[in-house]
Ligand binder design. Structure first.
Ligand code: NAD
Ligand code: WQD
Length: 337
């Protein structure tokens, strides 16, 4: 049995991935400092799978704590989710983002190398395609960043590429997620943002449950089907499955292996709102406001590389995403609290 260390394992994508790993027969060791999550998520993963996993409360920047975890377990690979992810906050607190995300990754890689564990799957993001509108994005599209959060992803991608050049024993997979949404179909685990959500789907869900009054649709004058922004929404369980496939995928000799995780299909804000309303039978009040700085008109993936090399493809539809997002929110109106 393979033993996988999952950093940020209690978070939104981490908890769903821990669940899929346990289902697929992996042993899971999760490490999280709970700065943006709740230990309850992993309690529920145990309940759902009927399996146990080891959970450590630790900061990936704390070398001694991470070293001890590697000494205590014979780890085969690391899935590295731990990081801060709020774009706006990263503009206000760049040092916090560089320290946590970039320095944290340096410490983690260093400890991994010392322990002889040279196998990492890293959470990158479609944000590395910057302000380009040249959709669909394939993995060889030019990369850039428009905010400190995005730059941490780009820098980490570069650092991991340098590591692979220096030592071919490393196996490094960069997964660039598009817009992960939805929740496990049980409604027991899901996305639980702290404060007012920055992202569309949790915002809609919180309007639906009455925590927020109405959705602001951020711009309706983009060159898209109905003027609102188009994104590649992908079900979080498809993202989780992508990690299992990445662990089982081919080892690449040169450079890190880079894969988009998206459906390849874009939907506008109003299409998402309409799907949510139709599938769940709820009206979402909204008003059109100005564009948000830094938003592009359209972003969606060319997902063919992951299909070809990892035998992975997104299976769940927009209707599944809005149904599962609402199922989670209505069963947990205040998240894990
Ligand atoms: P999340 O905030 O729910 O999960 C991240 C987890 O990492 C949290 O549990 C947090 O407590 C933990 N963490 C943060 N810093 C840590 C540290 N120094 N030490 C230990 N634990 C730490 O976010 P998520 O949506 O699950 O995202 C997971 C990863 O995927 C992140 O790296 C994020 O940047 C990336 N990503 C997310 C999205 C998205 O839209 N959700 C899109 C692309 C990429
Ligand atoms: C989607 C669409 C908004 C909120 C962000 C990060 C990106 C990645 C995924 C981590 C856009 C519109 C939104 C609202 C709205 N994360 N919108 N009202 O901006 O594509 O990507 O999350 O890597 O880095 O930037 O996702 O969900 O914020 O927005 O109209 O209240 O919904 O304008 O068109 P985005 P999002």
């Amino acid at each position: 049995m393979q033993r996988i260390l999952v950093t940020g394992g209690a978070g939104y994508i981490g908890s769903h991935t821990c669940l899929r790993l346990l289902e697929a027969g992996y042993e899971v060791i999760a490490v999280d400092n709970f700065c943006n999550s709740n230990p309850e998520s992993l309690e529920r993963v145990k309940k759902l799978t009927g399996k146990s996993l080891t959970v450590y409360e630790a900061n990936i920047c704390d070398r001694q704590s991470i070293k001890k975890i590697f000494e205590a377990h014979d780890i085969d690979a690391v899935i590295h989710f731990a990081g801060l992810k709020a774009v706006g906050e990263s503009v206000e607190k760049p040092l916090e983002y560089y320290y946590n995300n970039v320095y944290g990754t340096l410490v983690l890689c260093d400890v991994m190398a010392d322990a002889g564990v040279k196998n990492m799957v890293f959470s990158s993001s479609a944000t590395v395609y910057g302000l380009s509108d040249d959709v669909p994005f394939s993995e060889d599209a030019p990369t850039s960043a428009t905010n400190p959060y995005g730059r941490t992803k780009l820098f980490i991608e570069e650092i991991l590429s340098d590591l692979k050049v220096a030592d071919k024993e490393w196996s490094i997979t960069l997964l660039r997620y598009f817009n992960p949404v939805g929740a496990h179909k049980s409604g027991l685990i899901g996305e639980d943002p702290k404060g007012t959500p920055n992202n569309l789907m949790p915002y809609i869900s919180q309007v639906a449950v009455g925590r927020l009054k109405q959705l602001q649709v951020l711009g309706d004058d983009y060159p898209t089907i109905d003027g609102t922004g188009v994104r590649d929404y992908i079900h979080v369980m498809d993202i989780a499955e992508g990690h299992v496939k990445a662990l089982e995928g081919p080892r690449v000799k040169e450079g890190p292996a880079v894969y988009n995780l998206g459906t390849g299909k874009g939907n506008s804000v109003l299409e998402v709102v309409k799907a949510f309303e139709k599938v769940n039978g709820i009206v979402i009040p909204y008003k059109i406001t100005d564009r948000r700085a830094g938003d592009v008109a359209s972003s969606y993936a060319d997902p063919s590389k992951a299909q070809k090399h990892l035998n992975w493809t997104a299976k769940l539809t927009l209707n599944d995403m809005v149904r599962d997002a609402w199922n989670w929110q209505k069963k947990n109106p205040n998240g894990y609290a």
